[in-house]
Design a protein around this ligand. Structure first.
Ligand code: SF4
Length: 205
């Protein structure tokens, strides 16, 4: 991973948690965000502003953030200062929720969309082992595609796991889960024997 960006208008604690997350240590950010329900939204200073303020038209996920901050400082001042006044637990939760929803656009926790892009990429490539375990126990859990693969690997490797519970946790039917498991095992066979897989693939055409 390249050099971590330095964020401005950002609390030092949140900055440090984000820098850790970019180095694949998500604990500080997740701990700061907490797990309570949706009360955090009641304490969000942005709640009394128009949401448009946090979606500046001049900025998108592929912008150059330094240039945007330099060229549009006056229009960004207000949303960034609202975020700067946000309590740490709320801004951390706001940021984590934006990652969970794979929210690419808008300002969150004082970060422009373009500044959150690397964090979102890192989030998508992480595997939350506890989330996978919860899904396998039957607790409905939103899994990323990598986490879903991890769940399928565990199910394939451990016959004591309950597939009906896993189907519930992964929000799919039992029949569809068996299809996913078959595909997963076939994929593993193809990786183990790529020559046979390519011959098989060619003869299927
Ligand atoms: S950090 Fe999130 S919750 Fe807090 S003011 Fe900014 S956008 Fe609102």
């Amino acid at each position: 991973m390249g050099q971590s960006p330095t964020f401005i208008n950002f609390s030092p604690s949140l900055n440090s948690a984000v820098q850790s997350a970019l180095k694949e240590d998500w604990d500080p950010l997740l701990e700061a965000a907490g797990t309570s329900g949706r009360q955090w939204e009641d304490n969000a200073p942005c709640a009394s502003y128009s949401s448009d303020l946090f979606f500046p038209e001049v900025e998108h996920p592929w912008s150059d953030p330094e240039q945007i901050r330099r060229d549009h400082s006056s229009s960004l001042r207000e949303p960034l200062s609202v975020c700067a006044s946000c309590p740490l637990s709320v801004s951390a939760r706001c940021l984590v929720e934006s990652l969970r929803q794979e929210d690419k656009y808008g300002i969150r926790a004082g970060l422009l969309a373009s500044e959150r892009r690397a964090l979102l990429t890192a989030w998508k490539s992480r595997i939350d082992s506890e989330a996978v375990s919860a899904a396998l126990r039957g607790v409905p859990t939103a899994l990323t595609s990598l986490e879903r693969e991890e769940a399928l690997s565990r199910l394939s490797a451990d016959p004591s796991l309950n597939t009906d519970a896993a189907a519930r946790g992964m929000a799919v039917s039992s029949k569809y889960l068996f299809q996913l498991l078959r595909d997963h095992q076939q994929h593993l066979c193809d990786i183990a024997d790529p020559i046979h897989a390519s011959i098989g693939g060619a003869s299927d055409e």
